[in-house]
Ligand binder design. Sequence first.
Ligand SMILES: *Cc1c(COP(=O)(O)O)cnc(C)c1O
Length: 556
Amino acid sequence: MKNSSDEIYSLLRDNIKDMIPYSTARDDCKIPMEIYLDANESPFENGVNRYPSPSQPEIKRKLARLKKVRPENIFIGNGSDEAIDLIFRLFCTPGRDSAVIVSPTYGMYGTAGRINDIKIIECPLGPEFSLDASRVLAAVDQTVKVIFLCSPNNPSGNLLEEKEIEKIIGTFPGITVIDQAYIDFAPGKSLCSRINDCPRTIVLQTLSKAWGMAGLRIGMAIACETVIDAMNRIKYPYNISVPVQRQVLEMLDDPFSVQERVSIIISEREKMAQALARMRGVEKVFPSDANFLLVHFREKQKVFDYLKDHGIIVRDRSSLPLCRDCLRITIGTPRENARLLAALENCADGHGSGEKREEEKTSAGRKATVKRKTKETDICVSVELDRFEEPFVSTGLHFFDHMLQQIGYHGAIGLRILCIGDLETDDHHTVEDTAIALGDALSQALGPKTGIERYGFALPMDEAQDWVLLDLGGRIDFKWEAEFRSEKIGDLNSQMLEHFFKTLAQHLKCNLHIRAEGKNDHHVAEGIFKAFARALKAAIRKDCTDFRIPSSKGIL
Ligand SMILES: *Cc1c(COP(=O)(O)O)cnc(C)c1O
């Protein structure tokens, strides 16, 4: 029975097997010296006059803790791209050997393979980009030394099924590479621990995506010690520069803000997937476990060109197998995503070709869309009173979004709010203009108000005491009796809440009385929004047997 290092040794390319690696000047110098006259460096200190550490032990120690492996199991490269190239050079003989990749997948495997004169065998993924191990294994012959799998896969975004990956690892006698560049965005687990059970497995991860360090170029291969040793033997000795090593060490100390940003990206991804799926012109949004969405458009080229003309670049993946008419869209900041949606909506409007307006005119039912553009904000609000739809709200203010969603949920109405506002100075314009547009939209959707209940009220919500009285009769009045303990609730100034409802009342043309008390600002605010939504739900309800204006004067 072979032990694991013999097994890996037998897989290495012949010329690599017993090659003596280039030894760097300081390889065998374990303790710090006083004077370095060994490497022909400049002796004058300027921060970068010395060669960097060729083995990056400090970075490896930190990464090992994060990845729950030993430092000896980590190779650090100039991006994962370096690791991909080295894998070909270690295990495949040019002009003779081949590698299997699935398709569609990340382009670098094919490119690095062809540069090394290695034949690339493409094995198409199944329906919904699923992995079928038996299909991949059927493509393997004597010449295949490496199989590349990418999970979550780029450009499709989905995790490959673990059971199928295991089948490949368990059956294929060569090297299986699992590229997990996007694993931080996925519910699937990192496969780093697999290297202990199977020495022929190499896991690739990177600091380029979730960690936000694409500009530093740091990728890693995680594998058994024999594979990592072999990679270190053939890499450029000083592949990671001094300033990069310094900055990576610093940035690795802040995993919490990385997690926070990842959770924002994931929640934006879900919001965007829903919003895109509802858009005219979108055939399909593929489910994603990564920080991008693959979207099948009805008119891909028109969309791509329109976005480009408006300063937004996405990735055209339509030439890849199974990706006909597909664009790959990276999830950006909430603001960038809102701008993308606004641009797509305008594109679908056919730049005002009249197609959509026709649709709006002919569609009966109580709904309205209000677009407002001021110096500070660009806003679009759609409401539909008689049909609930999962609310979509994006204003760039996290807490405000969460509150506005309550109006959709508890009002049981269709609600879409997209606001691109100037938040650099403060949140005033975003809140005010949202209130104006929402009030106008609700008022327009109500139309002549025939048959509506007109009045609504709601009583204590949760453990906070919130009261809302609402009369849609048309007389504008506003009373506010609520105080908040702190200046900010989440990312919203608490004093903006009164201003929001006051402005909303003016534009909805209603009489609104709000009273609230409670210990927890967040709960009080949320209670007000829920209570308002409940009151609104009651007041806008239509009695289908009553076609009168709900006023003794016969006019509202
Ligand atoms: C982005 C990406 C990488 C990362 O490459 P780096 O060279 O580390 O920036 C690796 N694999 C896949 C599939 C990717 O999409």
